[in-house]
Design a protein around this ligand. Structure first.
Ligand code: GLA
Length: 384
């Protein structure tokens, strides 16, 4: 059954009346520009056709009632007039609690809501299921109470909830693309100004996401450590962020940094350059150049930023061998497992799938999942 019908049906069964709205926010895949967002740099993601979806209605009182279809119809409830607290062992609810709390902290005024949530963004795969949840909840309160909040602000509010309430120091990319994505386009995002430039994805470029099924977790992983290393590099050069440092300047001042921090900074600075070049390559449909830049990006993540794992390197290797110069492939997302993304012509799809099916499990003992994706619109009302 379509997700929209699932949440609508569960809503009516649970709350005993029909929902007012069905609202969605998508997951994302990043084509290039990894760990650049929190360095005020550039990223090039698109929203995908996997989403978090809610059925929702406003309430007259101050109670928020939540049901998660994907967690066996687990429930949560809180009162907007009491301090909204973190709930040990109920992570799905904490994203929602965090978003609502941050909206209140910003001064937005609203009453309660009944909300049923479900989704098909694979969890723990690096496709931003949590950002999609944060954004869909922001979008829901905007819709139910006609809040004067922009898509950008919904994204920033979601990021704040994740940073301050959930405790993961993520950047702005995931929430921004989930809130602002455009159908058939990737967005070149300047993570300093938050300006976005939509870039049409040519019809002859297929986006394939391959989940290694090597599970990952951002909270408690190496993510926050990388962020601190980047900050220490920019402090050593007295710049606001690594965005403000050129490769030449980094090279010249190499002695200011220990070797690990130097390599972390080299990844970020070179990745920013590649992302800008990739935006042009995508715009002109240059699959060969896109492939070269994605290959360099992967090597930089593997050797300098050290966020890949053997299973991911293996998948990239298999796809790269099959594509040669006729496409691109790299790890996507925060790292330490999760997914790779590949761009290729439609004719290549079957042979790439076959190569993965033949080799990946045999080489790693893990079975992949393959998604051929479309770039989709960001958060929106599905039905009312
Ligand atoms: C995670 C974070 C993003 C970004 C990526 C790496 O997805 O949530 O903000 O830093 O990792 O590019």
């Amino acid at each position: 059954m379509a997700l929209a019908n699932v949440v609508r049906d569960v809503f009516e069964e649970t709350f005993g009346y029909p929902s007012e709205y069905v609202i969605q926010a998508p997951g994302r895949v990043n084509l290039i520009g990894e760990h650049t967002d929190y360095n005020d740099g550039f990223v090039l993601p698109c929203a995908i056709n996997y989403q978090t979806i809610v059925a929702a209605s406003a309430r007259q009182d101050h109670i928020v009632r939540l049901v998660s279809v994907d967690y066996d119809n687990d429930v949560d409830q809180f009162d907007l007039r009491e301090g909204i607290e973190f709930m040990e062992g109920k992570m799905w609810a904490n994203y929602i609690r965090g978003v609502v709390k941050c909206l209140l902290d910003l001064g937005y005024q609203f009453s309660g809501a009944d909300i049923v949530v479900s989704g098909n963004v694979p969890h723990g795969a690096g496709l931003s299921s949590s950002a999609a949840l944060e954004v869909v909840i922001g979008q829901t309160f905007k819709t139910l109470y006609d809040l004067k909040i922009t898509q950008q602000e919904i994204a920033l509010n979601g990021q704040k909830a994740e940073n301050q309430f959930v405790g993961c120091n993520c950047g702005i990319m995931d929430q921004l693309i989930s809130a602002c994505g455009q159908e058939n386009h990737a967005l070149l995002i300047d993570c300093r100004s938050l300006d976005t430039v939509p870039i049409l994805i040519p019809e002859e470029m297929v986006i394939m996401i391959i989940d290694s099924n090597k599970k990952r977790g951002l909270v408690g992983s190496e993510y926050n450590a990388r962020r601190l290393q980047c900050e220490s590099a920019s402090q050593a050069f007295s710049v606001k962020a690594l965005r403000d440092l050129s490769l030449e300047a980094l090279q010249q001042g190499k002695d200011k940094l220990d070797n690990v921090v130097y390599r972390r900074a080299r990844h970020v600075i070179s990745e920013n350059e590649r992302t800008l070049l990739a935006a042009d390559a995508l715009r002109s449909g240059d699959l060969k150049l896109m492939g070269k830049l994605m290959a360099e990006s992967h090597i930089s993540m593997r050797d300098d930023f050290e966020i890949t794992v053997p299973e991911i390197d293996c998948l990239v290797d298999i796809v790269k061998n099959e594509l040669g110069e006729q496409g691109g492939v790299r790890m996507t997302g925060g790292g330490f497992g999760g997914c790779i993304v590949a761009l290729m012509s439609p004719e290549k799809v079957d042979s790439v799938k076959r190569a993965i099916e033949n080799e990946y499990q045999q080489r790693t003992g893990l079975k992949e999942d393959i998604y051929v994706c479309q770039a989709k619109q960001g958060a929106s009302i599905v039905a009312q």
